[in-house]
Design a protein around this ligand. Structure first.
Ligand SMILES: Nc1ncnc2c1ncn2[C@@H]1O[C@H](COP(=O)(O)OP(=O)(O)O)[C@@H](O)[C@H]1O
Ligand SMILES: [Mg+2]
Length: 247
């Protein structure tokens, strides 16, 4: 199993949208995939789920439930390990449970691999608390989605420094060679200029166009693959998925 976190400490860059659509793309290719909602706000869960849940990620992390008991299948080959946005259980785990069980996410990854998932995709909230550090520290790879704006350059620098600390603390070389430049609109000259600057960094850059079908699909509880497989963002996600799967 290959585990990937979509993260940057900034909000609204498309972490949830990229995580969910990439996970859907893996499943489309026949890879058994799980999307893990590690954001206390539960955006990925409210995107893909239409009925209330019995068990959630926090139950698995505390040991109150096994991973298999909390998974919900949302498309063929695609499951979600959800977070209920309003109950505060994940926040409580982050504040107290994680101190008692700092390896909770490492155990979770082992448990998911045992369920024969090929890909585990983690969606995190836009911060760098102990929770996000623990998620990143347990993963094989982290991909940073950012938007084409001036402050994103600082954002990627801050992220890289934090990641170096996590790698050192965990004594693991968590891969970070991909940046998603999300919501690119080529009719804005500053987007083009930002993209050219980004290409000078030592990363593989994956541009994802501004595409209204991304938010629209979410309203209908679907990935873009199910909502409109011909929409312009799909080839962009396919490029990213190809790069991940061929590695
Ligand atoms: N490429 C895109 N084009 C248009 N809208 C997008 C795109 N990516 C994300 N969005 C929208 O932008 C908003 C923020 O995205 P989201 O994935 O929630 O970001 P984050 O998880 O980083 O906070 C959402 O409404 C989402 O639907
Ligand atoms: Mg999000």
């Amino acid at each position: 199993m290959h585990s990937i976190v979509f993260h940057i400490q900034k909000g609204g860059t498309g972490k949830t949208s990229c995580a969910g659509n990439t996970a859907a793309g893996f499943a489309r290719r026949g890879y058994k995939t799980v999307l893990i909602d590690c954001d206390q706000q539960g955006n990925a869960s409210s995107w893909f789920l239409t009925s209330p849940i019995d068990r959630e990620l926090a139950d698995v992390l505390t040991g109150a439930a096994g991973a298999a008991g909390a998974l919900v299948e949302i498309a063929p080959g695609l499951s979600i390990l959800p977070a209920a946005p309003l109950d505060g259980n994940l926040t409580a785990f982050a504040e107290t449970g994680l101190i008692k069980n700092p390896k909770a996410f490492e155990f979770l990854v082992v448990g998911l691999a045992a369920l024969s998932f090929a890909y585990a995709v983690f969606d995190c909230s836009p911060s760098f608390s102990q929770l996000e550090r623990a998620v990143i520290g347990s993963a094989d790879e982290v991909i940073t989605p950012l938007t084409p704006e001036y402050f994103s350059m600082d954002g990627i620098e801050i992220f890289t420094k934090e990641l170096a600390r996590i790698r050192k603390a965990m004594r693991r070389n968590i891969k970070h060679d991909k940046i998603i430049c999300n919501m690119i609109n080529r009719s804005f000259s500053h987007h083009g200029a930002f993209y050219e600057n980004l290409k000078k960094l030592n990363y593989r850059i994956f541009p994802v166009p501004q595409d209204t079908r991304i938010p629209k699909a979410q309203v209908f509880h679907q990935s873009i693959y199910d909502f409109d497989p011909k929409t312009k963002a799909v080839p962009a996600f396919e490029g990213l998925i190809q790069a991940i799967t061929e590695a």
